[in-house]
Design a protein around this ligand. Sequence first.
Ligand SMILES: Cc1cc2nc3c(=O)[nH]c(=O)nc-3n(C[C@H](O)[C@H](O)[C@H](O)COP(=O)(O)O)c2cc1C
Ligand code: SF4
Ligand code: SF4
Length: 231
Amino acid sequence: MNAVVYLSYTGNSRKAAAYLARRLAWPCLDLHELKETRFEHLLFVAPVHAERLADEALSFLKEADVEEMILVATYGRMNHGNAILDAQRKFRLPLVGAAYFPTRHSYVKADFYEAPYGRLDDLGNAFGKGRYIIVPESKDTFGRGLFPKLRARFAVHISVSDGCTHCRACEKACPFEAIVDGKISHRCIRCLACVKACPSGAIDFRLSRALANYLSKPKSEEVLVYVGSDE
Ligand SMILES: Cc1cc2nc3c(=O)[nH]c(=O)nc-3n(C[C@H](O)[C@H](O)[C@H](O)COP(=O)(O)O)c2cc1C
Ligand code: SF4
Ligand code: SF4
């Protein structure tokens, strides 16, 4: 089977996956509803969380049985670290292509950045040539991936307001069963899928001053695309 599969909490990876699936004329499948782990050609799109691929993406990559894979890591224009290379080393991924792709940042409310989807146009051509690649090392930052859940818990505060209609859309949207009766438990990774899903804007988030300062820094719009060459 050939497919584009995505993991997406706030919609950015889903949009990039939908764009790529349209170009390839392949099915576009949500990882949360996936029944298959065996693929001939797999294009997988997933977000960077704390400069690593999100945990659910790593769990999937550990299990997936794939002949040729292209991995696209969407990032919020801060730092993607070595998210793809780390996953490739850990799971010996059969990559024929890869990309770090800039998007809106999940934590920046007024981020109107338009992701440059056209820059991914040639990526799908890398399938079927048997040219496997090793993704180059990119610049690193101190503290990469250290206690990401703990850092997120202190830096992002989620709350439910009086406007809540108890529709439970947020509970259904949470992949971690972290909301029960409007209470957010320790299982929460601050992915914001619940905020995105709420039809009445009753669940919202607030950032610590330190994180807000960090996110106000100039952002990188670097698109890095890697495919095998003819030599
Ligand atoms: C928990 C969490 C951690 C994140 N860490 C980073 C990061 O280290 N660097 C970065 O540039 N963006 C970071 N982001 C932003 C996301 O990578 C970016 O918005 C991504 O496109 C979200 O994808 P999605 O909308 O498909 O969930 C983070 C977002 C979340 C929710
Ligand atoms: S409760 Fe936490 S883990 Fe669940 S969707 Fe909301 S932010 Fe994500
Ligand atoms: S989705 Fe919004 S309105 Fe519905 S239960 Fe959750 S917070 Fe309340």
